[in-house]
Design a protein around this ligand. Sequence first.
Ligand code: DC
Length: 431
Amino acid sequence: MSFIVAIDGPAGTGKGTVTKILAKKFKLINVDTGAMYRCVALDMLNKGVKLEELDKIKEILENINIELKHENNKDLVFLNDEDVTEKIRSKEVSGFVSQVSSIKEVRLSMVGLQRKMAEGKEVIMEGRDIGTYVFPAADVKIYLDADLEERARRRFKQNKEKGINTPYVEVLENIKMRDENDKSKEIGALKLAHDAEVIDSTSMSINQVVREISSIIQKKKNEIKMQGKIYKERKENAWKKFVRKVVKVFLSALYHIAYRVKINGSVPKEGAYILCCNHINYLDAAAIVLFNKRKVKFVAKEDLFTHGILYWLGHLFDAIPIKRDMQDIEAMKRCLRVLKKGELLGIFPEGTRKGMEKNMKAKNGAAYMAIKSNVKVIPVGIHGTFKPFSKVYVNYGEPIDLSKYKNQKDKLDEATEIIMEQIVMLTKKED
Ligand code: DC
């Protein structure tokens, strides 16, 4: 499975150093996209190709072979099988690369390569446009920034350590120019992605920056792991069936002690139906699942699955986790599979507890699936205060046939209203 960390930001923010450390720490493939543009610039310099010679540049791009390798704890850059790790950092390349990276054809070619390099891999990619253009859906997006003067001071110090004695004012001017160039590119300009985490490293040490980004990466990894656990479909087997039976007997006994449950009506013994029910309390789904002879697979918000016991019960009763703040296609497909198998699907069209009371518009997913799968909806009205020892009524209505709405997507609201009217009527029944 792929995992992408995008590190963007202007020159001199420490992106390179931080990315190297993070790549090692999280075992991610380090893709230095700046080095790739530098390779193109070096190839052009080697072959004496000028910026305006587009045909020759295209030829270079067609034949170029860039490899980023990690050997003996070192990040190495190979251009057409030659180790150019040092050469691409030369003054000539540094002075030329900014213009080279502004050429549309160069960008399209490098972006294609970058996407290919990350295919199905766990990658940390450093550059200017990774979170905005190359991988707009990256798992983690960091925008590393720092004051212009501080970045110039860092670059000046770095140069000195390498024996390069460019005056500070010149370094500052150079960085200023690169910033302007980076931000004004036609494609792939340096921009802040709306969902990126901004880290200003002006007064932070490398270790502090690494720590901050590490915790963001770790949090995302944990989230993905949790999602995997939540969405994993547990296979049905004899043991699971047995445990479910025992748990059902135990929980329904408890439920009966806490509430006087009164069930009116029932569901047909066979066939697929969608049970649409009002939602007043967390325990109302349990009233349907526990007191039904048939198995009801309920759709439940995914956050419920993050609690230990609910996670376990959710999987035991094959509840279907759904992301409520977006169109959850995966959950929808799972629901449709339940119906296709001739089973019972439970949904709260209100979408949330007491949605009707809060004047919220009912969701039309149930009507959509009923029409799409050609199954009937059974309205269910739950009535009760859920105060200890009080009465809880579960009233099943007659199946509603919505087949007349087939191929009429614009009538989904109308179909949902029909379901909701029946549910409301059933919530008033008390015998
Ligand atoms: O990060 P660096 O200094 O090695 O980058 C070299 C050049 O490439 C620099 O001028 C910015 C440009 N670049 C880019 O336009 N897009 C990227 N994703 C990475 C670098």
